[in-house]
Write a protein that binds this ligand. Structure first.
Ligand code: AMP
Length: 420
């Protein structure tokens, strides 16, 4: 394929050989999350640009430089969703979900788009499984969503997982802290990286995220938000921790934890895997009690997380996933039997059997080879005189006449214990 027709930089094809592992992630997430009362939600792949500008935060990297924004035919500014929380909150508002019993518990599995520097584990279109629990400030909700992500990572056998936990407090305590941090950063401005220095007033908290050695040194001694929480925030944080302790989930309180989204309040968490390289985050999230109000709704608490499908797969041991079993392969003995073979395959599928059939005009020998490759339990060789059914497990075969229903009945019976 010429370079201009290859998949765009930072994107990838999910090929058939990757499908089973991804299906396993999805079915594990579904069982776990729906078992806990979270219901699936799907939002559009693109939204009004304004939603992310307001919801994710103007000062974030995502909004400043990572959005795929375009105009549609009617000159509306639209953006491919870079994350799932703002769209889910938009849907909560738009559909009046505050009238439902709270919290409304939702999960999604979708792809997201960010114009990032592409590298191993970092893509421009990637997939996340996520949950949002909207409408309750109870610390049990924070603990529940964290424990669910912990269980998901364990079930998927993601290796060397660590959980970091912090609390950002409420906007008021955070605002007071921000002023103190800004003043501190200004007094150490000459040691900071130019990027951090330029954004002291815009987003001082991001300085904790920097790799720049001078900046890191300054930040090691910087005032910490955890020391500035008010009593209610401290109680909330203590309750979340007590529940995680009760669930036996280990964590490290990390007062330097920051995440690239503006909407978080109180609980903030991130799971990393030491099995990954530089891009070690597998999933994270937090509480966003101010977000819905920011989108024009009544003050409504919420908490959620998102975990990257590709990162989870990278950090888990690859293991074989069983292929879908083929009950019957329908072969044809001569072109004259093609229609009868087709009809038999159709009948058998109607009886809920997993059926494949010859589709490429192979010789009978080639067809049997193909059936073997597909690991078919039975092969029906349809000829003009009648059908022969071969049991591929035992190696026996039997003449089963011309009636398709009788052949199907024979396979259904043989599938049970005992064979033909
Ligand atoms: P975030 O929405 O930034 O909090 O990211 C949540 C999770 O999504 C991360 O921990 C990663 O596992 C995954 N993720 C975020 N950005 C990317 C990306 N560009 N490529 C692949 N996975 C990503």
């Amino acid at each position: 394929v010429s370079a201009s027709l290859q998949a765009p930089r930072g994107t990838f094809d999910v090929l058939p050989q990757d499908a089973a592992a991804r299906r396993h992630v999805e079915s594990t997430a579904r069982r776990l999350l729906e078992g806990a009362g979270y219901e699936r939600i799907e939002t559009p792949a693109f939204e009004a640009t304004e939603l992310f500008a307001r919801g994710v935060g103007e000062s974030t990297d995502i909004v400043q430089k990572e959005m795929y924004t375009f105009q549609d035919g009617a000159s509306r500014s639209l953006t491919l969703r870079p994350e799932g929380t703002a769209p889910v909150c938009r849907a909560y508002l738009e559909h009046g979900m505050h009238k439902l019993p709270q919290p409304v518990k939702l999960w999604y599995l979708s792809s997201f788009f960010r114009y990032e520097r592409a590298q191993a584990g970092r893509y421009r279109q990637f997939w996340q499984v996520g949950v949002e629990a909207i409408g309750s400030a109870d610390p049990a909700v924070d603990a529940e969503v964290i424990v669910l992500l912990h269980m998901l990572l364990a079930e998927l056998e993601v290796r060397d997982v660590r959980l970091r936990l912090a609390s950002l407090g409420t906007p008021a305590s955070r605002a007071a802290y921000r002023e103190e941090l800004k003043a501190y950063l200004h007094t150490h401005a000459e040691q900071l990286s130019p990027e951090v220095r330029e954004r002291i007033d815009l987003n001082p908290l991001r300085a904790f995220d920097a790799d720049h050695p001078g900046t890191r040194e300054v930040m090691a001694a910087a005032p910490r938000l955890l020391d500035h929480l008010d009593a209610e925030d401290l109680d909330h944080f203590a309750a979340v921790r007590a529940m995680l302790d009760a669930a036996g989930v280990a964590y490290e309180v990390d007062s330097a934890l920051v995440r690239g989204l503006d909407y978080y309040t109180r609980t903030l968490f991130e799971f990393t895997s030491d099995a990954l390289g530089a891009q070690s985050g597998v999933g994270g999230g937090g509480r966003y009690d101010g977000l819905i109000e920011q989108l024009g709704g009544a003050p409504t608490p919420g908490v959620g997380w998102a975990a990257g499908i590709e990162r989870m797969l990278l950090a888990a041991d690859a293991r074989p996933h069983p292929a879908i079993p083929v009950d019957l392969f329908v072969a044809r003995d001569g072109d004259g039997a093609a229609v009868a073979a087709f009809a038999l395959a159709h009948r058998a599928r109607g009886a809920q059997l997993n059926v494949q059939m010859e589709l490429a005009g192979r010789s009978l020998k080639g067809q049997l080879k193909q059936a073997d490759r597909a690991r078919a339990r039975y092969v029906a060789v349809v000829g003009e005189a009648g059908t022969v059914l071969k049991d591929m497990q035992i190696g026996e075969q039997e003449d089963v006449g011309t009636d398709a229903d009788a052949v199907v009945a024979r396979v259904l019976r043989g599938r049970g214990p005992g064979g033909l």
